[in-house]
Write a protein that binds this ligand. Sequence first.
Ligand SMILES: Nc1ncnc2c1ncn2[C@@H]1O[C@H](COP(=O)(O)OP(=O)(O)OP(=O)(O)O)[C@@H](O)[C@H]1O
Length: 329
Amino acid sequence: MNASRDTRERRPARSAEHTEHTEHTEQGLRADRVSRAAGGRIVVDGVSIAPPPGATVGLLGPNGSGKSTLLRLLSGVLAPASGVVTLDGRPLPAYGRRPLARRIAVVEQQADTQVELTVRDVVRLGRVPHRRAWPLGAGGGLGASGTSSEDEAVRTALARTGLADRADQSWHTLSGGERQRVQIARALAQEPRELLLDEPTNHLDIQHQLDLLTLVAELPVTCVIALHDLNLAAMYCDQLVVLNQGRVVAAGPPEDVITERLIAEVYGVRAAVTRHAPDGPDTPGGPGDDAPRTANRPYVRFLGTLPSSPSSPSSPSTSPTPPASSATT
Ligand SMILES: Nc1ncnc2c1ncn2[C@@H]1O[C@H](COP(=O)(O)OP(=O)(O)OP(=O)(O)O)[C@@H](O)[C@H]1O
């Protein structure tokens, strides 16, 4: 895949089928001071996030910091206890299930099914919101032959995720990484304008991690993607949002967010942060054709854990970068 563009210079290139909403689009998906409790405590605490349309926003933070919960709030699967999530200025509950499903695609950490499905069947599920019969009416069943545009979307999604030759394989026989790629393909077949991904590189070997993130970063859609790998996040995301104990503690371009201090305070880890070379093929991130993407982006070497982690619940919350109560850009 071609990784030669700096994603921060990308502009969303809307496909024809996306133009119906053009007048209202530029607000995109936003969370405004959303909070949510689980297990008797606040796990997302007054978070605001406003991904620029077309941008790839990385969601970082330690285990349990609230990333998955925030993604579920952004997708409308969970309702905020306070605050509001809006799409083009309208609260999510004002949308019907179908318009929302056409618009927002979600790739969860784990997906499973008891039903016997092929890879193509699973990817075709991404087309269900676009069918006339909703959710599975006449002609809308899994086995139904789709329209030519449906077939084309499924074919394209399979090809983009390197799964074209697996289309007829049973889902249950796939490896963890292959299943992950099928979920991405399903989301691509959905042709969303907002794509929410929860640690999509889990289970993937390094080549597929890089392929996936290149693909995601180059999509002309708004992506919010929970990641644990700070170097991959710095390479592929236009903006980063760091959560700690449910709060935004840093937000902005990777070079502003990824600092030794942040890594120490949020993760309790000692690190050395350098920059990728401005133009060189010798950058730690890879070969020369990646240079425009990695140029000047932060590169982290982890040196060891610090004696005590400030992210433990008993510690006071920290503001490792200039205090950022929200990720609104
Ligand atoms: N249904 C629930 N009941 C109790 N606690 C919950 C529930 N859902 C989430 N939590 C808690 O909320 C916190 C945030 O969880 P969340 O899955 O959003 O974190 P995360 O940042 O995605 O973590 P990870 O990086 O480990 O995937 C965690 O401490 C989790 O245990």
